[in-house]
Design a protein around this ligand. Sequence first.
Ligand SMILES: [Zn+2]
Length: 249
Amino acid sequence: MDELEDAWFALRTGIKIGVSLPHLAADALAAGFDSPALRELAALGVRDDLEARRLLPVALTELGHSLEPQTDAWGELFPWEESRARSGLGSRIWRTGELFPWEESRARFEPDLVARTEQALTIVQRDLDETEAGLGRLTLHWSGEYGEDGEPQLLIGFGGEPHRGGGNPAECLDGADLPHRVLSLAENVQECVMEMFQFYWPTCARHRRGLHLPDWDWDGVGWPVWRCRAEGGHAVAPIGGLRKEPPVS
Ligand SMILES: [Zn+2]
């Protein structure tokens, strides 16, 4: 149980944790703790990272834990952050270096890449606008470097403020065709919203749960879809096709 609480405080401060939340939840169940969200958390797979992070505070609250930081926990967690920081050269550049706004750098890139990227931006922005997440304009930022695939390393941000990542550097945008570009952008937005703003985006209007994107090894057939996993799972909308929730009366 203490491990789950420590994990929560680490995530709260933007630190990526090196432990599996479902494993910790299973350990807690085995130790005799029990709550609906804890059971749900324990049943998640390794790729349900965002869902796990959403469920963690719910489980802790159900189990009567306070989610206010404890000073001793904070003091112990910060050295951990440093030891976990990734040290790849590329990532060091965007952790600390200057980033160039997309508008100023786009003229350097292949027209195909520019078209694909800007279409993807429009599509994902539409979902953000429709869900009234209040996050403003999605922006892109170039690290000044190119990746191994020869494509520019692009990071996302909001309102011109790039997201460089929390404990680990943010992932660069990828996607060699439009559906994969859109998927990559939507994934980056989910990650960024979780880290910068501490909430889950987007959610299912019916079940009030976070929506999921296809896994990284998605076969690329058709168009990526937002799915809810509640009640056996259901498709909510294609990316770019989310609709406003009806007003609560
Ligand atoms: Zn649902």
